[in-house]
Design a binder for this molecule. Structure first.
Ligand code: PLP
Length: 270
């Protein structure tokens, strides 16, 4: 029997189950990894919006992670919502301790509904202290804009933003959601046919394409993609193949969305 791989998510709790650690745990399990988690913030939300959050202290977060690391060999780790400067510094310290490998940083900034999941100081600290430690960062277009300070309106903008993020210390960058600027080409332009993500590994870049599915059932897609990449890194796949497998997984999950709730339905993670 092959060794059971263990993955860890350090992220926010979405009690309605669509995003955050619940999506991550389901995704780790779907790939046969044993899921562990540390909660950074308890959010109050459903498919229609985020109504508030109680953030955990740095100490609370450390106290969740330490016993896991004392007991298990964790093969890959993902960070999602890291709400404050102090939580980010704590997580960076733990990573520097050397017991965590294969770090995927999903720079969660704001919910689809417009709720800020992290404050400005925290974003600065995420860039300064966690980007250099990450094996991959996975911003979507709005996150890439906030981090790089650029307005991304076309493919050229994606490449410029990636360069800025590399200059800020990120080794490998996945910028998600190329369909968002295709949509803006003009009122007469057809809906995008492909969902394109841009992967920058060291000095090379690749575009990862999947069918674009027109739907409102997208809650948790970012968390699920990053978690699927993390699971595949835990399974010892390389970054490029982990991203490809994860993209297919999310596309399938969007196709299988349960269409529950009155807002953006969660996706169907199986
Ligand atoms: N809530 C939590 C705890 C999250 O981690 C995230 C995103 O990563 C969200 C909400 C936002 O998800 P969405 O934009 O899909 O609504």
């Amino acid at each position: 029997m092959s060794e059971q791989k263990i993955a860890l998510t350090i992220a926010g709790l979405d009690p309605s189950g669509g995003a955050g650690i619940i999506a991550d745990i389901k995704t780790f399990s779907a790939f046969g990894c044993f899921a562990t988690s540390a909660v950074t913030s308890i959010t109050f939300q459903n498919t229609q919006g985020v109504y508030g959050a109680v953030h955990q202290t740095a100490e609370d977060v450390r106290k969740q992670i330490e016993p896991i690391l004392h007991d298990y060999r964790v093969s890959a780790v993902k960070t999602g919502m890291l709400p404050t400067d102090e939580v980010i510094s704590e997580v960076a310290d733990i990573v520097k301790g050397g017991r965590l490998r294969n770090l995927v940083v999903d720079p969660v900034v704001r919910s689809t509904s417009g709720f800020d999941l992290i404050d400005d100081d925290a974003l600065r600290s995420l860039i300064d202290s966690l980007f250099p430690l990450a094996d991959l960062i996975t911003p979507n277009i709005p996150e890439a804009e906030r981090i790089s300070g650029l307005k991304i309106e076309n493919e050229e903008g994606v490449y410029q933003a990636a360069k800025i993020m590399r200059d800020l210390g990120a080794r490998n960058v996945l910028i998600k959601g190329g369909h968002s600027f295709e949509k803006e080409k003009g009122a007469t332009a057809a809906e995008p046919r492909y969902a394109r993500d841009f992967l920058f590994i060291e000095d090379s870049s690749t575009i990862i394409t999947a069918d674009f599915i027109e739907t409102t059932a997208t809650h948790g897609t970012g968390c699920t993609l990053a978690a699927a990449i993390t699971a595949n890194l835990a399974l010892e796949n390389d970054i490029a193949s982990s991203v490809r497998i994860a993209k297919e997984f999310v596309t399938e999950a969007i196709r299988n969305a349960p269409h529950i709730g009155k807002g953006h339905s969660p996706i169907g993670i199986k």
